[in-house]
Design a protein around this ligand. Structure first.
Ligand code: PLP
Length: 393
């Protein structure tokens, strides 16, 4: 059987060998990290080494990293009216987020629905900074003055990079806090919490080759209080998240973070070259293909495209049967295809959006895999277009 081609790294990345080794080694360690026995030292050391490596990936201080069960939990933890407050300070009174955030942000965390505003994006898929500024200025008129602003660093469907530092400057000028979901960007492009001026950054392990089910919420300022933990009880993670730590997953996350950091420039450049080869091949062999967000700055590994007349649902299945794993732009966790809120926010028509296919590459993707995809796509898409003559208009 021919080798499969995996082009769905934004969904999850294969486990890095170093992360597997670190997790397996940690599995073998006894000792509850919160106990005082001699066994505990080794376990604690694995967690603290991981904390250092994860912190280094975003230029943060290790003590500012709180491990979670993943990006979803970290987003949920960040989006609280009590984030960063003390018993004497009033809660945050509104949440502003871009219209293209991941569902784990769009759900609004613990803000009541009436306290949430979305900020539009441009047709290129970048948050509209003028609209953000207007909305922030408009808060005072509604008696609101303590916003939390959440903008992702890179969109998971299009890969389009967001002007986070500018958004943070606007948020801070309005007396707000800035949260950045860097799940897709971190480990693929340089990501520094200070340069981004982010108060809070969310990471997810499995997007950078760590085991699934581990992530982190990271703060810039040690004085910012994680005052509203989602999981209360013991004092683990400096009170930010109770419960005995998932030591093996955390150790794997630390190892993956160190590997992603040390190979960042090289991996990033390699992926960008492959992405360009892919898009040049598409343009040359199928000129009707439209790449979304192509004119803006994007992640080096992501291409979201559609060919008028081809539905993503059928294309993804045809590619799967051919041994190629990709996503429809609108894939959701239940496996059902839903309309993409990202493309809708960019003003892409529903019919074209239904055809959006996401290709996402990783550090081990090869030229022959890219070429293999292109050959398969040209063959399959021609058949799909013939079969779909009726809807090709
Ligand atoms: N944020 C973004 C931008 C994502 O793409 C994802 C996962 O796809 C998440 C958050 C959720 O991360 P996790 O799968 O670790 O819960």
């Amino acid at each position: 059987m021919a080798e499969r081609i995996y082009l769905d790294w934004n969904a999850t990345a294969p486990l890095r060998a170093g992360a597997r080794a670190a997790a397996l080694e940690a599995f073998g360690l006894c000792g509850n990290p919160s106990s005082v026995h001699a066994e505990v030292r080794a376990v604690r050391r694995r967690i603290e080494e991981a904390r250092e490596n994860v912190a280094a990936l975003v230029g943060a201080e290790p003590r500012n990293v709180a491990f979670t069960s993943g990006g979803t939990e970290a987003n949920m933890m960040a989006l609280s009216p009590l984030m960063g407050t003390t018993p004497d300070s009033p809660p945050r009174d509104c949440l502003l987020m871009s219209a293209i955030e991941h569902p784990s942000v769009l759900a609004g965390g613990r803000f009541p629905p009436g306290a949430i505003e979305t900020v539009p994006v441009t047709p290129e898929g970048r948050i509209d900074l003028a609209a953000l500024e207007r909305q922030l200025k408009g808060l005072a008129g509604k008696g609101l003055q303590r916003p939390l602003v959440s903008v992702m660093l890179a969109n998971n469907e299009t890969g389009v990079l967001q002007p986070v530092a500018q958004a943070a400057a606007l948020a801070h000028a309005a007396g707000g806090l800035m949260h950045v979901d860097a799940v897709q960007a971190c480990g693929r492009i340089a990501c520094n919490i200070n340069a981004l001026q982010a108060d809070l950054v969310t990471l997810s392990g499995h997007k950078i080759g760590a085991p699934k089910g581990v992530g982190a919420l990271i703060k810039r300022d040690p004085g910012l209080h994680f005052s509203d933990p989602l999981i209360k009880g013991g004092g683990q993670e400096r009170g930010a998240r109770a419960g005995t730590e998932n030591v093996a997953a955390i150790a794997g996350f630390g190892a993956a973070a160190a590997l992603a950091r040390s190979g960042l420039e090289e991996e990033s450049a390699r992926m960008a070259a492959l992405r360009d080869r892919l898009e040049a091949g598409l343009a040359a062999r199928m000129p009707t293909a439209i790449v979304f967000g192509a004119n803006g700055e994007r992640l080096p590994n992501t291409t979201l495209f559609a060919v008028p007349g081809i539905k993503a649902e059928t294309a993804v299945i045809a590619l799967e049967l051919d041994g190629i794993a990709v996503s429809s732009g609108a894939a959701c966790s239940s496996g059902k295809v839903q309309a993409s809120h990202v493309l809708a926010a960019m003003g892409v028509g529903a019919r074209l959006a239904q055809g959006a296919i996401r290709l996402s590459l990783g550090p081990t993707t090869s030229e022959s895999e890219v070429d293999g995809f292109l050959d398969a796509w040209i063959r399959l898409s021609k058949a799909l277009l013939r079969g779909a003559d009726g809807i090709a208009a």
